[in-house]
Ligand binder design. Structure first.
Ligand SMILES: CC(C)(COP(=O)(O)OP(=O)(O)OC[C@H]1O[C@@H](n2cnc3c(N)ncnc32)[C@H](O)[C@@H]1OP(=O)(O)O)[C@@H](O)C(=O)NCCC(=O)NCCS
Length: 143
């Protein structure tokens, strides 16, 4: 099967990307509105990657870097394009970008409703952390 093209996100992708995330079953929140997403991209727009086939987004991965750690968010592939290596290609390209930036460690979070995806990451060299309790605090609920 043909390899898909991987490129950086552009603002005109937003609707297609949001629909892709919904179709892939990602949990979406206030942080995924166009405004919040584009605000996040002020810092490292090159870390938001789109896999496209015939100019249509079929996969995404959203990277971010806080100056210390890199993060992997919203790895998602349209159901009809899954199991073609697209998710792996997106992760590899993002990891290479982090390596070029000299990033030491990258993190990702798996929602427990999606726990089966842990084995996917383990095959790619990720390991589960049992020494950390993640805590969150909501500061804002408006858009
Ligand atoms: C997880 C996901 C991004 C993988 O993308 P993909 O392009 O289908 O995966 P690849 O083609 O690179 O890899 C295929 C391999 O991963 C395995 N795999 C795919 N999805 C998996 C899942 N949800 N859980 C466990 N293994 C999975 C396949 O069985 C296959 O294994 P094999 O190589 O041993 O045959 C995609 O299934 C997806 O969008 N899932 C829904 C959203 C999601 O859960 N995202 C992760 C958020 S943390």
């Amino acid at each position: 099967m043909e390899k898909v093209n991987i490129r950086t996100y552009k603002s005109s992708d937003y609707e297609a990307v949001y629909n892709l995330w919904k179709a892939a079953g990602l949990y979406l929140s206030l942080s995924d509105t166009r405004k919040e997403l584009h605000r996040m991209l002020d810092k490292h727009p090159e870390l938001f990657l789109i896999a496209e086939e015939k100019d249509i987004p079929v996969g995404t991965v959203l990277g971010s870097f806080d100056g210390r750690r890199g993060y992997v968010h919203h790895l998602a592939v349209l159901p009809e394009f899954q199991n073609r290596g697209i998710g792996s290609d997106l992760l590899n390209v993002l990891e290479d970008k982090y390596r070029e930036m000299g990033v030491i460690k990258i993190h990702l979070f798996i929602e427990t409703v999606n726990a089966e995806v842990e084995s996917y990451y383990q095959k790619k060299g990720w390991h589960r952390r049992n020494d950390i309790i993640m805590m969150s605090k909501i500061l804002r609920t408006d858009s």
